[in-house]
Write a protein that binds this ligand. Structure first.
Ligand SMILES: [Mg+2]
Length: 432
């Protein structure tokens, strides 16, 4: 499903070339197309070769500027602009589309950005009818998606300007997370979230509305949701977990998904941790919880989250693994998230006693990466690595400083730096 459509301007959104003649005219029916996509929650953006100020002024004059988020207007290659939009929205390239009248631009985008859907400008009128633009359900959140993304953009700007540490910033956000059983009126949103999320989605299973309803109604099933508010606004329902109570003290998380809009703040951890607490309060007889994981590169953050919560691999068949966690278990809520739940307001509890070197390495990597989802399996370098050469060098400098060790040139092997776990072993060997 396409979550963001990126528009060229000249001879695509309007007829004519703005830099040659300011009297461009909108293509017929274009406003209806923009409105229709916007209402169903498809985000709109721009990649155009034009003078930024001229183009924005024209868009304002035409009454369209408010539709577009993170417009990339300038003279750099469009592929660069598209990549920037996709990365700021934190969506996959396969959830983005680009429409342009110029075959060169289309081919360049196709070649540089695998996964991107590319359309010739002439089809704009049919876009709202294409299957990839059909929203699974129109919900309150869908209609507000652009507004919610703008709230996020505002938060990111505030974050960049915030003088203190990231944790101080997060504390200043006043995040309130309500974790509760789902209600009938949540059904459409739960279904939509399961259909849209990729990164924090363990099973990548697109469940039907009937299945969702079953999880609300059946005695041996549980469906929990989380709503998030912070000082930037009300984000609505941002996380879902569907659980089965099986016999012999075993529960299984069939599906959990967390909106990528709110990633990187520890919300996923707080949500699933609270779900496990609620589950244990209701079912103290439970001895284990399991969770399936369908392995695809795009949902690796979901695996990271399971590992952060202490889940370990039980079995694997092809691309499907089962992770397990013995119960009872308690967890640590980051102190910047205030968790509410109908049964219990969770208090921070003792952190799991991890290995000291590992804990410190994880914290350094999380700080450099700017995200908390780091564990021993986190890949640092290589195709799926989270570090580029610049941040890798920075990490080495910080490790040398933190552990009073020296990496000489022979130590800089790809193997010893490939994952967090390998870095930990390498440092432990150095220290001994
Ligand atoms: Mg053009």
């Amino acid at each position: 499903m396409i979550k963001c459509l990126i528009w060229d301007l000249d001879d695509t959104l309007w007829e004519g070339t703005l830099s040659e003649d300011r009297r461009v005219t909108l293509r017929p029916g274009i406003i209806e197309v923009l409105r229709s996509l916007d209402e169903r929650g498809v985000l709109l953006s721009i990649a155009s070769r034009n003078d930024h100020e001229d183009a924005m002024e024209k868009l304002k004059e035409l009454g369209l500027a408010h539709y577009f988020i993170y417009p990339q207007i300038g003279w750099a290659p469009k592929a660069e602009g598209i990549r920037r939009i996709v990365s700021r929205l934190n969506i996959g390239m396969d959830a983005a589309a680009f429409i342009d009248d110029n075959p060169f631009e289309r081919e360049e985008a196709r070649a540089c950005l695998p996964g991107l859907a590319v359309y010739e400008a002439g089809v704009y009128g049919q876009l709202p009818d294409f299957p990839e633009f059909q929203a699974p359900a129109i919900t309150g959140e869908a209609g507000r998606r652009r507004e919610l993304m703008l709230i996020r953009a505002e938060r990111e700007d505030a974050e960049r300007q915030f003088p203190g540490m990231r944790e101080e910033f997060l504390r200043s956000c006043s995040m309130e997370l309500m974790v509760r059983p789902a209600r009938q009126q949540d059904l459409a949103r739960v279904y939509e979230l399961a259909a849209r999320t990729n990164q924090w989605n363990n099973g990548l299973e697109r469940v039907s509305q009937d299945v969702v309803r079953n999880y609300m109604e059946m005695g041996d099933k549980r469906l929990y949701v989380a709503e998030l508010k912070d000082r930037f606004g009300d984000h609505g329902i941002v996380a879902v977990a569907m659980l089965d109570l099986l016999e012999e003290g075993l529960a299984e998380i069939r599906l959990f998904c967390i909106s990528c809009r709110i990633e990187g703040r520890g919300i996923g951890n707080a949500f699933l941790g609270t779900v496990l607490e609620l589950l244990q309060l209701d079912h103290p007889e439970l001895r284990e919880v399991r969770c399936g994981y369908k392995s695809e590169s795009r949902n690796r953050p979901a695996l990271m989250l399971l590992k952060l919560l202490g889940f370990t691999l039980q079995e694997r068949k092809d691309d499907f693994s089962v992770y397990g966690l013995p119960l009872p278990v308690s967890y640590l809520t980051p102190d910047w998230i205030h968790v509410h739940s109908p049964r219990k307001a969770t208090e921070p509890v003792e952190e799991r006693n991890g290995d000291e070197v590992e804990r410190r390495v994880i914290s350094l990597v999380a700080k450099l990466w700017g995200r908390p989802e780091v564990g021993p399996e986190t890949v640092l370098l290589g195709g799926r690595g989270i570090l580029d050469s610049v941040t890798a060098v920075q990490l080495i400098a910080e490790l040398e400083n933190e552990f009073r060790v020296v990496f000489d040139e022979d130590d800089l092997l790809l193997e010893s730096l490939s994952t967090v776990g390998n870095v930990v072993r390498f440092i432990e060997a150095k220290l001994n």
